[in-house]
Design a binder for this molecule. Sequence first.
Ligand code: C2E
Ligand code: CA
Ligand code: CA
Length: 738
Amino acid sequence: MSSLTPEPQPHTNQPMLLMAAQYSHHPIFVLDLRHHLVQANQAFASLCCVAPETLIGRPLSDFLNGPRLSALLGNVESWRSAYAQGFTEDMRVHSVAQPECWVRVSVSPVWDHDGRLNNLVAVLAEVTEERQLRRLERDVLEALNSKLSFAALGDVLCHQIESITPGVLVSLNRVIDGRLWPWAAPSFDPAYGSGFAGAPIGEGKATCGTSAYRGVPVMTENIHTDPSWAAYRHLALPPGCQACWSYPVKLRDGAVAGTFAFYFQKGGKPDAKLERVAQTSVHLCSLAIEREENQQRLNRLVQFDTLTGLPNRQALYRYIDDLLSQPPPGGVAFFYLSIDRFKDINNSLGHAAGDQTLVEISNRLSALQREGLFLARPEANLIVLVAPACSVHRAVQLAQQMQQMIKAPVEVAGFSLDLTLSIGVSHCSDADGHRDTLLQNAKSAMDQIKANGGAAYLFFSDGMNQLARERLLLGTALRRAIPNALRLVYQPQLRLDNARLYGVEALARWHDPQFGQVSPDRFITLAEEIGEVEAIGHWALREACQQMHAWREQGLCVPVVSVNLSPLSFRSRHLPGFVAGLLHEFNLQPQNLTIEITESAALALTADMQDVVQAIHRLGVGLSIDDFGTGYSSLSNLATLPVTEVKIDRSFIDQCLVQERLKALVLTVIGIGKNLHLAVVAEGVETAEQCALLVRYQCPVAQGYWLSHPLEAHDLAAWLNQSQTRFSAESLGRLAAS
Ligand code: C2E
Ligand code: CA
Ligand code: CA
């Protein structure tokens, strides 16, 4: 009998059984004890790629081999002991037709009446695909248990699936709030995913958008002609992508949370194998998405307060530690906020009403987050705000702003509540700030203000409160003072070669009825902080030009007036036009005006600010570098600026008689000035000795108390008169010689 041909047998079922064996799609064969084939069915012949007749009588190893198979069949003794009932095992084999495949081999021994082993009957089932799927599952489950990120997990999934589905590319998307977001598509150009990121799902929204919307698999046989792809065809699909088959990925509750898609490079439909791969993959995708969602939920729980959605204590600590490791310029302010009489709300209206109040307040304050401030809820009814790069003055403004933000009544449980906050503030201006101390300080300030009735803010230390209050009041007073309460005084500058007036420097003065005389060093810094310094610059320029005009009318010849400007003034592109307008209005020549800017400020000018400086220079107005020597620059550093004058800082003149090194430095600056045709003004000349030295060094110009204190405009004429008798070329010459 060459094959399992049915032959009449005593038992009626026998022919049918034989027929079933003959036509089974599982390869079946019978071996003798030498492992020669006795019988084999059509499927086995196909597996071996030969006609069934040619198999019989030949050793199995001529057609089918595998190390495990040989070992098992070879050990006849084991049949009696271990495998009396036969065995089933998956093993790797290779046949003539198939270089390697996994098969499930079931072998049954056939014993005769005397208990002797006669034959072995084997049934094979191909399990390659099943094994691939199982390996896919195993690998992806392993990845799910690892620390791989969600994105990397998606890439692993795609790669693993693509490795068992040659010619097919895989892409994964998330579906969040009805929109598609690329998750993983490692074989695609990144531009592909970003091209539809955020696209709404729906009918006609390409294959994935449609399948996510319908909640069932969708097949697009030709991407290039399918109308649902009209809006997406231009995207960077890999070359040759023809067809797409997309499956919705559903979570346990049935919600569509993603899509899984096959792209076919050759066009075509998924076969049964791909269908099975897809089923397994969709399941794995949903596990991955669930893991991600759980992770996110956990992260939110770990970092955010569930009631208000604000960062919790841990997140607050982390933020502050990061911030203080590199403190921003201007310092950091910490605010502890508590809602006044919150206990009463809880007690009288219930805790739900209390919660609602907290949510409403935190919602209102959350507008501050958009300004780069950090809001957190570290404790039950407390909110903390951290403001980086925040001066004390700004902290005061913020505290007031927050009071304003909660001023409108809060509607809770049918009641309209007018709420107030107790705000405690601490501030650190340098790297020494310690998180716990700063928070504790803000909190104790808050406790203190609460004990005093609340509805106010308080800075931690008395000193700080004083400072904050003073700055606030001073800032308000200064705003009011511009321009009416400010005035300019003028300090003469004397030419040392001929004892004539070189020019005057205009210096601002402010007398406030409450604060008295405030020094310009103080109010100019404050003006910079509260954004008023440009206004002061404009005012000083106009005032000085007007005064020059007035002196001319009186017949007083003042060659030039120098006006100090803060570098912030150069932010305005209108400044050159403004200066030109003043020159015109007061009938002045451009060389009658010089603008002073300190050396350190000059070094910090941005390109745009330098453009403004250049434009002023083009008008013919002078540019003087003030406090020269304190900014550690060299003149070559300032080469990009159109400098016409250098003012040697007071500290050098002060010390040049006692320190030889400074004497040399002064001499050098005078020399360089001469070579570069710059005017050199020595500032802070307080004694005859200093002046004598400068004359000897041929310093062109001197300014200082020994010559004159800054003068009221109307006193200049008298001073000029006096100075003609006091200073002359000869007297200065004699002074130098003495
Ligand atoms: P600065 O531009 O270096 O002005 C010179 C300062 O030195 C003036 O102080 C002046 O009164 C003082 N001074 C003059 N001669 C002597 C002296 O012989 N010995 C000593 N010890 N001091 C002398 P002031 O008026 O208090 O101004 C201080 C600073 O305030 C100025 O320094 C300038 O940087 C700024 N400032 C003054 N007015 C203005 C203004 O209108 N705008 C701007 N942006 N800054 C101004
Ligand atoms: Ca100056
Ligand atoms: Ca100066």
